[in-house]
Design a protein around this ligand. Structure first.
Ligand SMILES: Cc1cc2nc3c(=O)[nH]c(=O)nc-3n(C[C@H](O)[C@H](O)[C@H](O)COP(=O)(O)OP(=O)(O)OC[C@H]3O[C@@H](n4cnc5c(N)ncnc54)[C@H](O)[C@@H]3O)c2cc1C
Length: 428
C-alpha cells in the first residue's frame, strides 16, 4: 500500500476547518517519528520500465524529482517513487503491525470474525457495549471501560445513527430513538475524486504481460517460494504531486499505473499505461445516510463529487497539464496513442463533459464523523470521544477533520497510534 505521510499544511487545514487543537504539526510530529520507526516504507525504484519513463517525461516537462516524498524537509511538489508499506513481499497492514502482535502478547484480546455490529448499547448516556450478529445470531458484548468504534468512513456514522446519535428529526422519522441530536453525523464526507488518461503501448513494456497463465503461475511460485517478483509489490511505483498555478502546496496527485485497464481490471493481451489524476484538496463534500427501509443494509452514500464548480475547473487544468507531461519523451515515444478519453476530447467543453461523465472515487474518503472543537461542527472531540455521550470513541478515517492531500492510510495509522497512547495514559 502507498504509504505517504501528512504534511504540516494538512494539519494546519484540520485546525482551520474545525478548530480542533492539539493536532498541529508540533503536537503530531513525535507520533509521526514513532510510526515511521515502526512501519517499513520501502521504495521500489528501477523495478518497472514504464514507471521510470514516466519519471523521465515528467522531468523533461519541467518537474522536479523528489528523492523521498516522506522526507518532510523537502518541498512536496514534483515526481517521485512511491514509498510502500511492504515487508518481505507482504503488505505491512495495520492488522499485521498492531493487532497481530497485540493478540500474541495480550491473552485478553478476543476477536469475533465475520460479525456485523448493529449498534452501540447505552445505559442512559453511557456506552456500555455493542450488539452484533454472526451467522444470523445476535450477541451482545459489554465493555468494562469504554467502547471504541473503528468501522471506517462509511460504517462508523451508520452505526452511530443506528444507535441514536445523529439528526434527531431524521432518526425519529425512521423509528430510531434519539440519544444525541447531532446533525454532523454522516456529513462532510470528502474523497479525492479521480479521472484517468490511458494510453496504449506495446505489451512487452506493460504489466499486462504477466497476465498469461504461464506468467501468473511463474510469478505465483516466485512469491510463494521467495516472496519476490511482481506479486510481492504494489503495482503503482511512481506518482507526482503537482500544481497548475503558483502554489507551494500540491493541487493534484498523479498515480502512474504501468498497465492497461478496462474499467478497474487489468486485461491480458493488451498493453498500456494509465494515469489517475486526483484532486488533493477538493471543495466538494457529501453525506452518508441510513437506508430508511432497512437501516442495517448498505447506507445511502453521496460523496458529492464535483458539486462545487471549483473542482471542475481544477480538474480541467490538471487534465491539460497531465496531457502535457505525457506528450514528452521518453513516454511519448513508447505510447501508441491516447486511448481514454482520446484526442477527440480536446476543447475545454469536451474535457468538462469527460470529467462529469467519468469522475470516480480515489478510494480516500474521510471525515464523516469529523473531529472538531465543538459539537456544532463535528461528531468527536480532539481525543475521538463522541460529543454528548460517555465512554464512546470513534477512531478511524471518519474522524479526520478533513481529507489530507495524499493517500490517507498513513495518516489514519498516525491518528490511531496517537489516540491509543492517549487512552493508555488516561487508563494507566
Ligand atoms: C482499493 C483501495 C486501495 C487503497 N490503496 C491505498 C493506498 O495505497 N494507500 C493509502 O494510503 N490508502 C489507500 N486506500 C485507502 C485506505 O485503505 C483507507 O483510507 C483506510 O483503510 C481507512 O482505514 P479505516 O480504519 O478508517 O477503515 P477500514 O480500513 O475500512 O476498516 C474498517 C473495518 O471495519 C469493518 N466494519 C465495517 N462495518 C462494520 C460493521 N458494521 N461490523 C463489523 N465490522 C465492520 C470493515 O470490515 C473493516 O475491516 C485504498 C482504499 C481502497 C478501497
Amino acid at each position: 500500500m502507498i504509504f505517504i505521510l501528512p504534511t504540516s499544511y494538512d494539519l494546519f487545514r484540520w485546525n482551520k476547518t474545525t478548530g480542533v487543537d492539539n493536532w498541529l504539526w508540533k503536537d503530531v510530529e513525535p507520533t509521526i517519528s514513532e510510526v515511521t520507526r515502526i512501519v517499513p516504507a520501502n521504495i521500489y525504484s528501477n523495478f518497472d520500465y514504464l514507471s521510470e519513463q514516466f519519471i523521465q517525461s515528467a522531468i523533461v516537462s519541467g518537474h522536479r524529482y523528489i528523492s523521498d516524498i516522506n522526507d518532510l524537509e523537502q518541498e512536496r511538489l514534483g515526481v517521485f517513487h512511491y514509498p510502500v508499506n511492504i515487508s518481505a513481499g507482504t503488505r505491512w497492514a495495520s492488522y499485521r503491525g498492531y493487532l497481530q502482535p497485540a493478540i500474541r502478547y495480550h491473552k485478553r484480546i478476543s476477536i469475533s470474525p465475520d460479525s456485523f455490529v448493529k449498534r452501540i448499547l447505552f445505559k442512559k448516556n453511557k456506552a456500555i457495549g455493542c450488539e452484533y450478529t454472526k451467522n444470523g445470531v445476535t450477541y451482545r458484548a459489554y465493555a468494562d471501560r469504554e467502547v471504541i468504534l473503528s468501522a471506517g468512513v462509511y460504517s462508523s456514522p451508520t452505526i452511530l445513527m443506528r444507535s441514536g446519535i445523529g439528526d434527531a428529526q431524521i432518526l425519529t422519522q425512521i423509528g430510531i430513538k434519539s440519544i444525541v441530536n447531532n446533525v454532523n453525523v454522516g456529513q462532510h464526507v470528502i474523497d479525492h475524486p479521480e479521472i484517468n488518461i490511458q494510453h496504449h503501448c506495446p505489451i512487452k513494456f506493460s504489466l499486462n504481460r504477466y497476465l498469461t497463465s504461464t506468467q501468473k503461475l511463474k510469478e505465483g511460485m516466485k512469491w510463494l517460494l521467495f516472496r519476490r517478483g511482481i506479486a510481492a509489490v504494489n503495482q503503482a511505483f511512481t506518482g507526482a504531486f503537482l500544481s497548475y498555478q503558483d502554489s507551494q502546496h500540491p493541487q493534484y496527485q498523479l498515480h502512474f499505473w504501468p498497465a492497461y485497464f478496462s474499467d478497474r481490471t487489468a486485461l491480458p493481451g493488451l498493453g498500456g499505461f494509465k494515469i489517475g489524476i486526483n484532486l488533493c484538496y477538493p471543495a466538494s463534500v457529501g453525506e452518508i445516510k441510513l437506508n430508511p427501509l432497512n437501516t442495517c443494509s448498505l447506507p445511502e452514500i453521496n460523496v458529492g463529487y464535483l458539486n462545487n464548480k471549483d473542482d471542475v475547473k481544477a480538474f480541467t487544468k490538471a487534465f491539460q497539464h497531465t496531457r502535457k507531461i505525457l506528450s514528452h519523451s521518453p513516454l511519448a515515444n513508447i505510447s501508441m496513442g491516447e486511448e481514454t478519453p482520446g484526442l477527440k476530447v480536446n476543447s475545454a467543453y469536451q474535457i468538462v463533459e469527460y470529467i462529469y461523465s467519468n469522475v470516480d472515487s480515489g478510494y480516500h474518503s474521510t471525515s464523516s464523523c469529523r473531529m472538531s472543537s465543538t459539537k456544532d461542527m463535528g461528531v468527536v472531540d480532539k481525543n475521538g470521544a463522541v460529543f454528548g455521550v460517555d465512554n464512546l470513541r470513534v477512531i478511524d478515517a471518519s474522524i479526520l477533520p478533513t481529507v489530507v492531500g495524499c493517500n490517507p492510510a498513513a495518516t489514519i495509522m498516525i491518528v490511531a497510534h496517537r489516540l491509543s497512547q492517549f487512552i493508555c495514559t488516561q487508563n494507566n
